[in-house]
Design a protein around this ligand. Sequence first.
Ligand SMILES: Nc1nc2c(c(=O)[nH]1)N[C@H]1C(S)=C(S)[C@@H](COP(=O)(O)OP(=O)(O)OC[C@H]3O[C@@H](n4cnc5c(=O)[nH]c(N)nc54)[C@H](O)[C@@H]3O)O[C@H]1N2
Ligand SMILES: Nc1nc2c(c(=O)[nH]1)N[C@H]1C(S)=C(S)[C@@H](COP(=O)(O)OP(=O)(O)OC[C@H]3O[C@@H](n4cnc5c(=O)[nH]c(N)nc54)[C@H](O)[C@@H]3O)O[C@H]1N2
Ligand code: SF4
Ligand SMILES: [Mo]
Length: 706
Amino acid sequence: MVDEIKTHYRACHLCEAICGVEIKTQGDQVISIKGDKADPFSRGHICPKATALQDLHTDPDRLKQPVKKVDGGWETISWDEAYQTVAEKLIGVQEHHGKDAVAFYAGNPNVHNYGSMTHGGQLRKVLKTKNHYSATSLDQLPHHLTSLKMYGHQFLQPIPDIDRTNFMMIIGGNPLASNGSIMTVPDVTKRLKDIQKRGGRFVVIDPRRTETAEIADEHHFVRPGSDAFLLMAMIHTLFDEGLINLGHFSDKVRGMDDVQKAAEGFTPEIAEQQTGIAAETIRELAREMANTEGAVCYGRMGVSVQVFGTLCQWAIQIINILTNSLDVEGSMMVCSPAFGYVKPGAGGAGHFDLFRSRVSNLPEFAGELPVVALAEEILTPGEGQLKSLITIAGNPVLSTTNGNEIDKALKELDFMVSIDIYINETTSHADIILPPTAGLEHDHYDLAFHRLAVRNTTRYNPAVFEPEQNTRHDWQIFNELSAKIAELKGIEFKPLPSPDKVIDMGIQSDHYSASQGHELALTMDKIKEYPHGLDIGPLEANMAERLCTDSGQVHLDIDFILADVDRLRATQSAPAKDELLLIGRRHVRSNNSWMHNSKRLVKGKPRWQLLMHPEDLAERGLADNTEVTIASRVGEVSTTVVASDEVMKGVVSLPHGWGHKRNGAQLSIATEQQGVNCNDLTDDKLIDVISGNAALNGVPVKVSAA
Ligand SMILES: Nc1nc2c(c(=O)[nH]1)N[C@H]1C(S)=C(S)[C@@H](COP(=O)(O)OP(=O)(O)OC[C@H]3O[C@@H](n4cnc5c(=O)[nH]c(N)nc54)[C@H](O)[C@@H]3O)O[C@H]1N2
Ligand SMILES: Nc1nc2c(c(=O)[nH]1)N[C@H]1C(S)=C(S)[C@@H](COP(=O)(O)OP(=O)(O)OC[C@H]3O[C@@H](n4cnc5c(=O)[nH]c(N)nc54)[C@H](O)[C@@H]3O)O[C@H]1N2
Ligand code: SF4
Ligand SMILES: [Mo]
């Protein structure tokens, strides 16, 4: 008998764009994956990664049963044995070395998996360690910190109202490759081109002429790590030329004088020397922000993951505020999601610097320590030393600064457990791996990214496939392992119901619920009636009422950020002569470190070459397309150099997430492709000193013939 063909609708969970996909299946096979044209938000757009959803599903390397390391090899064990062993080992470590000797590392896919979001806290509750690390401090920590301090809540984050803006300045983001970040924006290429069609403009500031820069109205190269000079000079110009318009925030900002004082001396001429962008261009950018109705200054990875990450994010907010570009149609606006609507009194606001890391004295944020501290916390002996690690959907060996040091540290642990679908460069260090089901086997509601979207939307979809027998979803692993630990510790523990029920409870008391008197009266059941997603409408200007600061105002005068302006002033020196600055590079067919086991995505030319400006090659006597060695303070790697005027002179670019042939990773396709790990070069001591976020961009390196 031939199985019937079934059609499923679903939001892709692989990146922040949450595109609707239409998946046709026959029996246990995927027969096609296309864009869901009926999704009002993504309008049928998908990228090449969506079709790899089936490769993840069928990947023979994907684990389905727990495995245990025995004599350097792997043996399949039962879930009962796995939970029992993991619980005993973790409790043993805590009994011998104190409860903080166990650490968590949570990777990026956690935020794309709603069961990890709702249930991840279960394990934290029973283990009660203060050692939490995650990919947040390799990424957007400066965004959260500025939102907390300026607006009173780490998740009150303004998003570009891209569909109505008339001028958009994109600094340190490459949405054509990343598909947007802290801006959930499916079909971003069309949305950017539409700005131009309606007579608007967009400008890209980036050390590389990226795919996004190629379609922009203007692109300006900027020296990596120098953006804070540009932004401070724009603020300086706004004051200098009397261009300030606070709009409806005029009686709702605190600290204007401090900002004006901070910007003193940051003339466009000084910024020109530091950034390489002409002073007049900087003035023009400030004027265009001020003079355009509906303007956006949007900064992402490139200005977050660098040595002045927090200062940059603060300055970006200030520029939007000073030019009436916050909470106005077409400017930066906050999203109104069905779950997690931030308003005064909302929980989870976050906190900063309540405690510090043991070795390098780095501040916590919302209970997490910066991940640059992870290796040293494991390797440095003394009271409080980490002895055990739980990784959850993360690959720090390839994603974190100084990968070799992380590698070394993981070998020193007494016990490591990974909740992950693969034996990869990191999880291969584990004693036990607990594999969850893959994306298509569980239902999905995007908890994180409906909250950061350029329209107010909501969507739930059921699983495409029944999970295989005797497998577990992430949320079930959290419930079951936590219950076992609680049982052995003799403490009380209540498992949570399934994620859809947890979220339903949230939605039924949140913004669009009947209990809040909203006409939509949303419930999970109602959302389920819209398999293509429910579009609630454009962003609304409601941020002024949603400010969560004690004063009800926007706080511009953040003392430690103002103090950091002095650190910026002190760096006004020229770069060392033969110093090159390393930056990253994302590719639309890649997703951090973990999707390289899909042949469909990795086929074609290798993607881990070093891009270098032709003049820099010539100055070093290097030939195009030859092997070079790249060396930084912490390590070196060898790869092919390619001459390209896509990068600014003085800048080299190497993507992250490669370097798979390592530690016995069992990834048959990815290890064939191997590549090099750019994070063997990035430096755990190069950080945004305010937040402790890693500076993965702007790493000084030397390049020579291999
Ligand atoms: N040099 C440099 N380094 C970077 C960056 C950069 O731009 N340059 N970017 C940084 C950024 S922004 C980020 S977010 C980090 C990402 O850093 P990480 O989150 O540490 O790394 P990923 O490559 O996303 O690893 C994801 C892991 O999750 C597993 N996984 C996938 N899906 C699931 C699931 O549903 N459940 C479970 N349990 N596991 C799953 C995969 O097998 C893989 O092991 O990398 C950072 N590192
Ligand atoms: N295809 C694909 N999509 C992804 C991912 C992926 O790995 N692949 N990762 C996802 C994740 S985890 C994230 S966080 C997002 C990130 O999304 P984006 O922030 O859009 O990330 P990038 O593409 O790395 O863009 C960062 C840009 O900053 C530039 N840059 C580097 N240094 C500097 C600097 O000092 N100043 C300035 N102004 N610019 C600089 C880089 O050249 C690059 O073009 O993408 C997500 N989407
Ligand atoms: S852009 Fe992101 S969400 Fe859309 S199909 Fe590609 S990976 Fe999936
Ligand atoms: Mo990220």
